[in-house]
Every structure is written in structure tokens, then in C-alpha cells.
Design a protein. Sequence first.
Length: 419
Amino acid sequence: MDNKVKGSWLIHHTNKLQSVTNQGQYLNTFVAGKAGILLSAISATDQSEISDDRLNVLANAANINPVFELPKLLDVLSDHDLIDKGKKGVAVLGVTTASALQHTSNIFDSLEPKSIEYSTLEIAEVASSKPISSRELQEKISDIHRLSAKETAQVFHDSEQIGFVDVEMLGKDEKIFFNGNLFRRESAQKVKAVLDSLKPQEQASLNELTDMLRRQACVSVTDAEFILGKILFSKVNSIGFFDVSIVSNSSEEVGYVTLPSAFSKYSSSMVDDAFDLAKAFVASLTYGMTKSSYERGQISMIDRLLRALIDGREIGPVSAIGQDYRILELKGVVSIRTGSKGGRSGPMMRLLKKEIGELALQVILKGDVSEQSLPSLPGAAITKYIAPEVNREVIRRQQIQRSPFETNDMISSLRTGGF
């Protein structure tokens, strides 16, 4: 498995492990994943220095306890020569999203995890290609990692219970494993398999929404539900057919839909989606294009703005910068300060992760995130971003509660779809 892909699965598994009370046999996965999440939060394309105060804020935003977890994770990063610890903060070497994932993988390997931890990464990778029967997958994993029958049973039980993979019952004694990354790569045949499992009217509706997303890059959940109907929308979302992201402010919470493969035209979608930075950036920028007024700093020439940021220049000062990009500031994508330029004073912004800006520029220009793309984004500062996998988990749980067999036809078609 490629180190960047392995790093992506470590981040994925760590996010799942954060919802359980005891990480048990997966403590090395958790430590490596947390170290990778922290590294992503504090790093920039160029070397930077982070004060203790900023370090604590970024750690909190990344769901890392500043008292109990942060000191240990800083030691781990220091031991791997990724940061230099000082008396009042840390210096971080130039790190990109891709290299952060490689470092996550290297940290994991250095902890000398047992085969059972490696096997959960392999299970997730195999299940992301297409749904696979538990019997076939167990044979494959036990052979690759030389697990005993007891270890094999344990790792598959844990993978199901913790949520490393999803499980669908296709019969009394037949389990099928898959996960939310099914449609991030080689999606054309998988889309066809899903369409073939639906009724003609459902096929037409799904084609309509998919075509719209290819033209506009993203649409509101309200519009998507209007086209598909809430039941079909929930059904296809439970297997990861779409990405549903949530942006929030103090007054409301609004969802929007993108294709999981939206970024794969320009990069490895699995790798670049690991920290959900590009999608958060596109959401914030689109808000600036569609909802911000001219007086507070409406974005009118997005390509020029992004190219200025990518070139390392500060933009501003406008009041919108101090409000619309808070979530990106907390994720370590941008830095914001009060400054002066052209006789004006106010918030100014600099891009810290150049590759995220480049990816956002490609998607916005070629994926047509235009004034029609996100008509229902909230009209106040974006202060929270909920990633697609978190939303898929919620939809999946709701779908299972209604009917554990609701997605059977789609899973069966994907499993036998010939890819």
C-alpha cells in the first residue's frame, strides 16, 4: 500500500476511534493518526513558527487535548525531526498535505504495530474498491497478515463495531463489507451499477442530479432532495454516492452536495480529502462569492484572488476576511492578522498551505463553482465545518434503523458490477 494512502486510512481510522471510549489494540493507529492530524494543523508549505497560544488553539480545534495529548504528540513529531520545540512554541518544517500523510505512515511503522493493526488498514483499502463478502475478505486478510482464526475474527468484529468499514447483510449468513470511499476513484462503472439497481424514474432523477453536479460542482442539499426525493437521497448517500458537507454559523446549519470524485481529476482524491481541507476552502470561498456584500469584501475575481494567495501575497484588508475564514484559520490553512494597505486597515489573510489553494483553484475554475452553485449558504460567518464522512455515518445509521435491507440492491449490483 502506498504510504500516502496508508496515511489516509490512519487518519480515517483515528477519526473513527475518537468515538469509542477505549482504543484497545489500536492505540498505535490512534497515536499515529493524532500526530498526523496535529502535523497537518500546525504545518505550512514553508517553514513556520507556532506560539504556544496558537498551538493550543489549533490542537483544540483538531480535537486534541492540550493537556494530556498534545505534549506526547509533540514529542512524537520532534522524535521524527518534523518540529523543533522551543521555550515558547515550536518551529515546523515545510510540510504539505501529501507529506503529512507520508509522515503519519512512517510514525505508525516506527511504533511497531502488530499485524492486527495493519490488517484493519488493508480491510478498509480492499472494501473501498468494491463491496466484498466477509468470507472472501477474511481469507484474503488472514493470508496477507498471517492472522490466526481468533485474530481474524477479532479484527473483523472490531472493524465492524468501530466503523472502519460498513457492513450490509445480503442474506441470513452473508455479510458484505464496503465503506464511504467507494466512489472516490474508478467511479464510472460503480455509478452504472447503482443506476442499474434502481427503478427507471429513480435512474432519471439520479442522472439529473449527477449531471448538475458535473456542471456546477456543488448544489444545496435542499435542491438535491427536491430532485431525488428524501428517501432516494438518503439511500444513495448511505453508501457514499455523494459527499454531503455541512457549514454552520450562529444562526443556521446548511448542507451542500458534491461528487466524491470532484477532486480526483486534479489529484488523488483519497489523499487530498484526508483532512477535508480543500472542500472546506471551496465552501468558504463560494460563500464569499455568493453571499458577501460588496461593502464587506465580496469576491468578484476568484482566480486573481487565489493566484495572489498561491503566490504568497496577503489579501485584504476587508471585514469579510475576519469572519468568513475562521474555520480555515482553525484548520491551519490560512493565517489572519490585522494590517494596513492602501490607506485602509482591517483583517488580512495569507495562505499557509499552497497545495490546498492550487486544488481549490482547479475545482472552482474547471468545476464551475459559480454564483448559482451554493444559493443557500448561510449569510453569516462560517464557524463550523462537518465533513462528508461524518454526515454519511449519520445517514447510514438512520437508514439502518429504518430498514437494514434498504441498500441491498445497490450493494449487490456493486459487488457483481464487473470492476
